[in-house]
Design a protein around this ligand. Structure first.
Ligand code: AVJ
Length: 329
């Protein structure tokens, strides 16, 4: 249900209908989060320009292993993965994050027909689509601005595409609650009917390794988390004292997730969009969940969503896993 389909103008942006703002409603969601107990905001608001740059820095940190582990898996198994995907495929990427990951995949493929990156950030998407298009002049690139966790406004499969394969790397699915992840996978299964999903997930492991990955020595993850308040000050009519909050990240073992919070250092009041809110000392705004998976747990979730799990590729240390999930016929 696109307002415009621009299959023959590869680098152009496709918009989703105006009644579904792809970037979400930061003001409304922040106000709702501050009014609720516990206070909890979607991690999608991390990714303004500064937040996206900080996330790129996170991916280079010595403690943040997931990006390196996934890139190594893609590099090591590219030929086998390309064999699963087959010739003349259309690749749909959920989140137009890393050009390095998609390039590893595209370089191994036998004549990919079209690449459709979906991303919530139009600016980020346009830049990566343009950069990718330059390296693959023969490939049709069709970026779609969408909040793919809310809806999948996908164009018809490209003419001449043998099958459509989804690529969802980075363990971004871990930002969703188990119920949301199931709903997303069901929706993705419908959109990828007859094809498959290549899904990258972070694995349950020693909590000290997880803790370090979200509490890096250089404080980049802290800056990434605190940037949410800076963003609110820049974009909303807000007066957060950013130094009045502290980054808090820990592994919640029973729920199998890393939680990130912004914790108030002291009792304080602040204003957002003309409304006043109070924080007690130690009170938090919960800013992210990052669920971790076991091999069996992920396969079970995929089966519930209608997929048929195929091969999975993991590293000897069991850090990260790439799953091949066959979509319903
Ligand atoms: C992009 C959601 C996969 O959960 O590890 C990195 C985001 N947050 N450090 C993750 C993130 C803190 C990342 N994902």
């Amino acid at each position: 249900m696109l307002t415009r389909q621009q299959t023959h103008r590869p680098a152009a942006l496709v918009s989703v209908p105006a009644n579904r703002p792809p970037a979400g409603d930061f003001a409304a969601d922040m106000l709702a989060a501050l009014a609720a107990r516990p206070r909890c905001l979607s991690p999608k608001y991390f990714y303004d320009e500064k937040g996206s740059a900080l996330f790129d820095q996170i991916c280079q940190l010595p403690e943040y292993y997931p990006t390196r582990a996934e890139l190594a898996l893609l590099a090591a198994h590219a030929a086998e993965i390309a064999g699963q995907i087959g010739p003349d495929a259309e690749i749909v990427e959920f989140g137009a994050g890393s050009l390095r990951k998609i390039r590893l995949l595209l370089d191994a493929l036998d004549h990919p027909v079209r690449y459709v990156p979906l991303d919530i950030s139009g600016a980020h998407l346009a830049a990566s689509a343009k950069a990718l298009q330059r390296g693959y002049p023969g490939l049709s690139v069709l970026p779609v601005v969408a909040d793919y966790t809310a809806a999948l406004p996908l164009p018809q499969k490209a003419g001449g595409a043998a099958r459509r394969v989804g690529f969802f790397p980075g363990s971004t699915i871990g930002n969703l609650s188990p119920a949301e992840a199931l709903a997303f996978l069901k929706q993705a299964g419908r959109a990828l009917r007859g094809g498959a999903l290549l899904l990258g997930v972070d694995l349950v492991k020693d909590p000290s390794v997880l803790h370090a990955a979200y509490n890096d020595a250089q404080g980049v993850t802290a800056a990434f988390n605190l940037n949410l308040l800076g963003r609110a000050n820049r974009e909303l009519d807000a007066d957060f004292d950013v130094s009045g909050f502290v980054h808090s990240a820990f592994y919640n073992a029973p729920l199998q997730r890393v939680e990130m919070h912004l914790m108030s250092r002291r009792a304080q009041r602040l204003r957002v969009c003309g409304q006043s809110f109070a924080f007690a000392e130690g009170e938090t705004l919960h800013t992210e969940n990052s669920y971790k998976f076991t091999m069996g747990g992920l396969r079970e979730l995929a089966v519930k969503a209608g997929f048929e799990p195929g091969p999975a590729w993991t590293d000897p240390q069991g850090q990260f896993c790439l799953h091949w999930l066959q979509a319903p016929a």
